[in-house]
Write a protein that binds this ligand. Structure first.
Ligand code: PEP
Length: 252
């Protein structure tokens, strides 16, 4: 059984005070959500405070990014995965499309970040997804295959236990244009097949694959009804406790 994960990506929004307020408002609203893991990814500066305030609850904290460097050192502006863990994070997002497209992150960097996250004992949420032109050219699967192959290169079977993939078609992120449940299911099934070929059928069966791209309270149930959709990575609709709680509580 793959336990679903509903993760909120707060991107570069919210001061520490605002992040704590939203996290504390969310906590009671999702206290009975035993059907899934609930995760919030605040900005780096808010991780420690939010994690402390959520301690003992069923809401966990993620970093939105981490350094490719495993060890501390002279890397101005970087934050190591083990420092996220030290601050209270249990997950880290790597390879988000905003990192890939705005900050030129390559698959090899995503792979290094994933390894650093695993080495620090974090669960890694690795994002993949095509841009609109690639979908229109009919090469979406090739693009996603390349990102998965590059991102998970050299990972051992036990490393794979700590990897979650988030399929986020770039044309659906922050645009209000969601992939249909069928489009998402088709790509999720493809991702599972790629994992079976590259790694093993067992790893593929156990892999949790989240969908991300304009997920809202109104469309989460249709997405979650798909066989290969194991949760969601939610941007805009996670910023308000009420709407994120409705997504987490999609089972009603
Ligand atoms: C995201 O940032 O990962 C995301 C999916 O954003 P949104 O839900 O706003 O499309």
């Amino acid at each position: 059984m793959r336990k679903p994960v509903i993760a909120g990506n707060w991107k570069m929004y919210k001061t520490i005070g605002e992040a704590v307020d939203t996290a504390l408002a969310l906590k009671p609203l999702v206290a009975n959500a035993n059907h899934c893991e609930v995760v919030l990814a605040p900005v780096f500066t808010a991780i420690k405070t939010v994690a402390d305030r959520l301690e003992g609850s069923n809401v966990h904290v993620a970093g939105q990014n981490c350094s490719t460097q495993v060890e501390e050192g002279a890397h101005t502006g970087e934050v190591a995965a083990f420092m996220l863990r030290d601050a209270g994070a249990r997950y880290v997002i790597v390879g988000h499309s905003e990192r890939r497209h705005l900050y030129a992150e390559s698959d090899s960097m995503v792979n290094k970040k994933a390894r650093a996250g695993i080495a620090a004992g974090l669960i890694v949420i690795m994002c993949v997804g095509e841009i609109l032109a690639q979908r229109e050219q009919g090469i979406a699967e090739n693009v996603v295959r390349g990102q998965l192959t590059g991102g998970s290169s050299g990972l051992t079977a036990s490393d794979l236990d700590r990897i979650i993939v988030a399929y986020e078609p770039v044309w659906a992120i922050g645009t209000g244009r969601t992939a249909t449940p069928e489009q998402a299911q088709e790509m999720h099934a493809f991702i599972r097949r790629v994992f079976a070929e590259r790694h093993s059928p067992e790893a593929a069966r156990a892999l949790r694959i989240l969908y991300g791209g304009s997920v809202k309270p109104e469309n989460i149930a249709g997405l979650m009804a798909q066989q290969d959709i194991d949760g969601a990575l939610v941007g805009g609709a996670s910023l308000e406790a009420d709407s994120f709680a409705k997504i987490v509580n999609y089972k009603g």
